[in-house]
Design a protein around this ligand. Sequence first.
Ligand code: MGP
Length: 204
Amino acid sequence: PSTPLHPPPSTPPRAGEPDFAEKHPLETAWTLWFDNPAAKQKQSSWGQTLRAVYTFSTVEDFWALYNNVIPPSRLSPGSDLHLFREGIEPKWEDPSCEGGGKWGVALPKGAAAALDAHWLHAALACVGEQFPDGDEVCGVVVNVRPKQNRIALWTRTASNEAAQVAIGRQLKETFGLPESAKIGFLSHADAKRGDRNMKDKYTV
Ligand code: MGP
């Protein structure tokens, strides 16, 4: 948007009063991306409709954006939202992602409130730096699909098992999943090969 999300108040706060116009900086800036390709994409042409929507770097601007974006449950099937650290493109080919992978969580269809809640909790965990080895976290994606929605947390170094496992455990906690629920980590290198029988590199 071209107008500021939080216009400054007309009078400055008086001495001793809280400054409600003050913004609280996040550790890094984040960019929300949106994609809604008309048809199923080939690997070679994938990403042509992917667009960066908005970059923010404060808690207040996160909420301003959140309150103005259609939640995943109301997006049309085929849509993706990506929330990534500024400067990292949500693509396997990005230098920060190419050696990485993702923890994927499949969400049952029809649970609209749960989908939106999981997306919000995942986004808050990212921008609030709740994950161990936080530098590993590139961003989070929600895929809205006809059969099953998915949320995936993208990380940087697939070969760093200790970091990925710690992050995967935290993601389960963020989502309130029981110990018995299993989630899997897939490296982008394996995803690229498009092998139907590809196996998770790690599970927690
Ligand atoms: P997808 O969007 O992750 O899954 O990738 P979707 O749409 O649910 O489809 P399904 O195959 O899991 O049923 C779909 C396809 O998009 C992949 O097989 C790739 O061909 C392509 N694709 C996805 N991503 C994230 C990338 C990427 O980062 N780079 C490139 N080049 N292609 C990608």
